[in-house]
Write a protein that binds this ligand. Sequence first.
Ligand code: ATP
Ligand code: MG
Length: 482
Amino acid sequence: MAVPNDDLTPEQQKAIAELLRRVAPVADELGHRFADAGHELALVGGPVRDALLRRPGNDLDLTTDARPERILEIVDGWADAVWTIGIEFGTVGLRKGNYQVEITTYRSESYDPKSRKPEVLYGTSLHDDLARRDFAVNAMAARLPGHGFVDPFGGLSDLRRKLLRTPARPQDSFTDDPLRMMRAARFASQLGFAVDPAAVAAMRDMAARIEIVSAERVRDELSKLLCGSDPRHGLALLVGTGLAAHMLPELPKLRLEIDEHHRHKDVYEHSLIVLEQAIAQEEDGPDLVLRLAALLHDIGKPKTRSFEDGGRVTFHHHEVVGAQMTKVRLTALRYPKDIVSDVSRLVELHLRFHGYGTGEWTDSAVRRYVRDAGDLLPRLHKLTRADCTTRNKRKAANLARTYDDLERRIARLSAEEELSKIRPELDGNEIQAVLGIKPGPAVGKAYKFLLDLRLDQGPIGKEAATAELLRWAREQGMDRSS
Ligand code: ATP
Ligand code: MG
């Protein structure tokens, strides 16, 4: 069912027209190629949704009735590069100029509840392809080259209401592919949309089905959720519906009281605040490693909780236990090795600063902190600063000041140590050879002269240093020829 373009508000018409104009060189050329070959083609899903939301992007998702082998024939000689890794799932990837293009054959995919692999069934109509998509806002298309707007499931009105709703019954949709439950939480975080109550209810009923989905697919949605603009919203859905218990069980387990008097936030709420405070310090875009570390930094607490006499609660070595648990969980989710080791290292180091007190660390302790953090030091700074969620403003300001002090000491020490590593451009043996002298105090004087020269002028090269040394020696009356 094609919606006449005048169902769009003028603002929406403008947004779609702008998208189509922006991608015209690529999209229209492709559209004509497919039309000439007797096939349909439409821009679909993410780029259409994002254009209407005015979120920029450079990925083009297209859908067609042509089968993958046919797609390959049609784009042959036109695309700059072609990828066929997704071909058994009906997807051909290609690059044209700056555009990353994915062309997927119409599908009516169904999922065998016992199998981990979606079984691909090709479809023959755009409508049926849109019907099997995850959410109505992702089931809008613009035909190419004609630009007819297609929205059979009310995606536009959902967009207006900021709502994620499955085109079909949520139970059926999530049975076909349980990953869609995670995608609901992911888009909730990325777009700030609410999930339709019927879909939330289905997520609650069907949460356990996520276990049939491969870890890699779950991981990718989790990463996108965490890197979205409202991860708290997405995580609350995962935890609230019980999905998290099946893919990140350490998270719901954080919902435990840390004192008998309920005076403190529970560890779960604390972790979400730490995540948000870490995000607030990011400098260039979402940092998955930092976000994972902030979310998971206290997952060792439930296992290490112990009640002391007098009602005090302790969590001895929770950072060590937590680092180990982080490693196990992220490995199970098939995160790459460097992400696993970076995140678990940050979890392990997140408490170290608390031994700093009011600045009692020796220089050697500061050096160890820097060395142990290595490349992770800037993130450790952010994580440690974020890990202060006290409501006591004075206490928070004190902690921030103490950390400022530590950062200043790190800067001072590293500047000093950079300088202390500086050597003259010629060593003792070279000095002796250049000046034709034997070991003795003169070599030391010459060395000192060259070190000052290096400190004054920076690196000038051996040749220039040799010339300067000879000039200096003449002035000192120790020239070879004299
Ligand atoms: P982004 O690329 O920004 O992550 P997107 O909406 O393009 O967002 P993709 O994962 O690239 O998301 O998927 C492209 C489109 O394919 C979606 O818009 C949706 O229409 C459809 N889709 C993807 N995965 C599924 C799924 N598991 N079930 C149903 N439809 C899906
Ligand atoms: Mg996409």
